[in-house]
Design a protein around this ligand. Structure first.
Ligand SMILES: *Cc1c(COP(=O)(O)O)cnc(C)c1O
Length: 206
């Protein structure tokens, strides 16, 4: 089980101590923000594993393939095509996970569970992509366990081993359902956009 430290929207003063403590796997949800934070620093951090966990626009594919070691948000045919093209062009092949919209929520990206098998096959056989596993983000207002179980079921029947699931509020449940990677942000770094934790008096009292 691997911990992905989700550092999106966190100031560097919170990330540095986590890096100093030996954490090397970090998750970001925006290409531009990740570039600003890591592009210059990454050469000085051996073993760094940068993972994109947010939606990827097709026009950012080149930058994403150049920067990230893994893309966990492969969620549509056009993106799969763009990734296959860029991987062939650049010779750089980030680890790929397919995002499944286990709750079929209209506002959320990811392939529908009903279409997952066909999409996985299309990526592998049609486009020659190596797929490492699946990722999901369960609906906020539902019991996450059934969503984690569903993701595990889709992975098993497709021979996929990586299961990226579980965040600050539900990672224990995800681990019980076979998560191989949990993505933890606020429980590790503090709330996003909440800067009070940076105040010395607050830090001493918490
Ligand atoms: C922000 C985010 C996380 C981390 O969420 P926390 O609740 O802060 O742990 C995990 N996965 C994805 C896809 C995210 O966007």
């Amino acid at each position: 089980m691997t911990l992905t430290a989700v550092c999106k929207q966190q100031p560097w003063v919170r990330i540095q101590p986590v890096l100093d403590a030996g954490q090397r796997v970090f998750g970001e949800n925006r290409v531009q923000e990740a570039q600003a934070r890591w592009a210059e620093r990454r050469a000085g951090i051996p073993g760094l594993n940068l993972r994109l966990i947010g939606p990827l626009q097709s026009n950012k594919v080149r930058e994403a393939v150049a920067l990230f070691d893994a893309i966990e948000s492969l969620d549509r045919e056009s993106l799969a095509v763009a990734l296959a093209t860029e991987i062939a062009r650049s010779g750089r092949a980030p680890e790929l996970l397919i995002q499944v919209n286990t709750g079929d929520e209209p506002q959320k990206s990811g392939v529908s569970p009903r279409e997952a098998d066909a999409f996985i096959a299309r990526c592998r056989e049609g486009l020659g992509l190596t797929i490492a596993g699946l990722m999901c983000l369960p609906p906020a207002d539902e019991e996450p366990a059934m969503h984690f179980a569903l993701l595990g079921k889709i992975a098993r029947r497709n021979g996929l081993t990586e299961l990226s699931m579980g965040m600050s509020d539900d990672f224990e449940t995800a681990v019980r359902h076979g998560a191989t990677r949990v993505r933890v942000g606020s429980a590790l770094f503090g709330g996003r956009g909440d800067r009070t934790g940076l105040h010395p008096t607050n830090e001493a009292s918490t």
